[in-house]
Design a protein around this ligand. Structure first.
Ligand code: NIG
Ligand code: FE
Length: 394
């Protein structure tokens, strides 16, 4: 197709179209419309209407009555790493607790890996995520923890996404044992200066054993001064103060939110900070799930993301996370699907993805099922028939 004008494509006979545009369809947040067709052209949604009245297009897909949704927006993933930690997972399933201590194991493996080995692993995981319907993915550094290794992690992430996040403040690396404040100074200084041109966001693991609130604030304010948007690993293992910090600094997202006080919930509800829940982590660390119902009932905007990483959540599948959120976190299927699409887009402050309104990016998924409900109703079943990325079938 290179050198020729982009071809238009019509998807006919959509049984159930989820647009996430409340002005379309049934008026719900999901904006569901039935017996619909969608035309995509130049990588955008160009027309939505009843099947049969669609304008002619160069190519056609017959949805045969199946459901079509916006592609998933995975706003939290750690895909640049080497090795795995299957043995650590097995030990946890035999009763060991998760402390985050295994991060250093992956840091050691990542530092030793070649650029090409890291690149191949990112490509493998990106392709796997796409097969599970993820069309936008945020990717963090954070397993390098030297200036050179953080910058190469971000460069490699930037080859597959524009949503790159500098996570130099993931943990204190072993060579800085007993000198955490020196490491924070490095992260806020020369490491940030080298990383910022390759990143859109900065993140910090605000937790006992990682960085306390004052250290996390120093990292985030330095990142903001360098032009980066803010995200926080907040309240994953304890009441770390990370949620309050995220809200007070106007972060786009507070991620995990597993341990929350009423004060945390109130702060999130009155803010623009999205609460990004990562149920793959609770599954894989056998921990209590965050209380999504409490957040939703308080009016907090909730996103669902994979947290894909080799330690606490080695999955790229947002359908799996949706099923967990519905079964274990008291989200309705509609809320969970919204959170994995529109919610993820809010967490990344993106308006072009996560919905299928006119002019949206033509990132969409066609299910082997008549309704989005089946994503939670049929857990563990590969229901993604076709993925369109930027209007192109993949
Ligand atoms: O989001 N919490 C910190 N970082 C990751 C875990 C990383 C790891 O265990 O390797 C998380 O769960
Ligand atoms: Fe994470």
């Amino acid at each position: 197709m290179s050198g020729t004008a982009a071809r238009s494509l019509v998807i006919q006979n959509i049984g159930e179209l989820v647009t996430n545009d409340p002005s379309l369809g049934d008026g719900s947040a999901l904006g569901v419309t039935r017996d619909a067709a969608v035309v995509v052209a130049d990588g955008r949604v160009a027309w939505i209407g009843p099947t049969g009245s669609a304008p002619a297009a160069d190519d056609a897909i017959d949805a045969t009555g199946a459901a079509v949704l916006p592609g998933f927006v995975d706003s939290h993933a750690h895909l640049v790493f080497a090795g795995d930690r299957a043995a650590e997972f097995a030990a946890r399933m035999a009763g060991e607790p998760y402390t985050g201590g295994g991060i250093r194991t992956t840091v050691a493996a990542t530092r030793k890996a070649s650029d090409d080995a890291l690149r191949a692993n990112v490509a493998r995981l990106r392709a796997e995520a796409l097969r599970h319907g993820t069309t936008t993915v945020e990717i963090k550094s954070g397993y390098g923890l030297t200036t050179v290794d953080e910058v190469r992690s971000l460069r490699i992430a930037g080859e597959v996404t524009t949503e790159t996040t500098f996570l130099g403040a993931h943990v204190v690396p072993p060579e800085y044992d007993g000198r955490a404040d020196d490491y924070v100074s490095l992260v806020c200084g020369s490491m940030l200066a080298a990383a910022a041109p390759h990143a859109r966001w900065i993140d910090v693991f605000c937790e006992r054993g990682a960085f306390d609130v004052d250290q996390a604030r120093a990292v985030l304010t330095a990142g903001e001064a360098a032009g980066l948007g803010l995200r926080v690993h907040a309240n994953q293992l304890s009441h770390s103060g990370g949620v309050q910090l995220a809200v007070s600094l106007g972060a786009a997202s507070a991620d995990h939110c597993t341990h929350l006080t009423d004060f945390d919930v109130e702060a999130l509800a009155g803010s623009r900070t999205v609460a990004t829940l990562l149920p793959g982590a609770e599954f894989s660390t056998r921990s209590p799930y965050p209380d999504a119902r409490r957040l939703l009932d308080a009016g907090v905007t909730v996103a669902l993301a994979s947290d894909c990483n080799p330690g606490s959540s080695y999955t790229t599948s947002l359908p799996f996370c949706i099923a967990l959120a519905v079964r274990e976190m008291r989200m309705t299927p509609a809320e969970a699907v919204w959170s994995a699409t529109a919610g993820g887009a809010r967490a990344l402050r993106r308006t072009d993805v996560g919905h299928l309104g006119l002019g949206a990016r033509a990132d969409l998924i066609l299910l082997d099922a008549p309704s989005y409900l089946h994503l939670a109703y049929r857990p563990g079943v590969g229901l993604i028939r076709t993925v369109l990325l930027n209007g192109e079938p993949r």
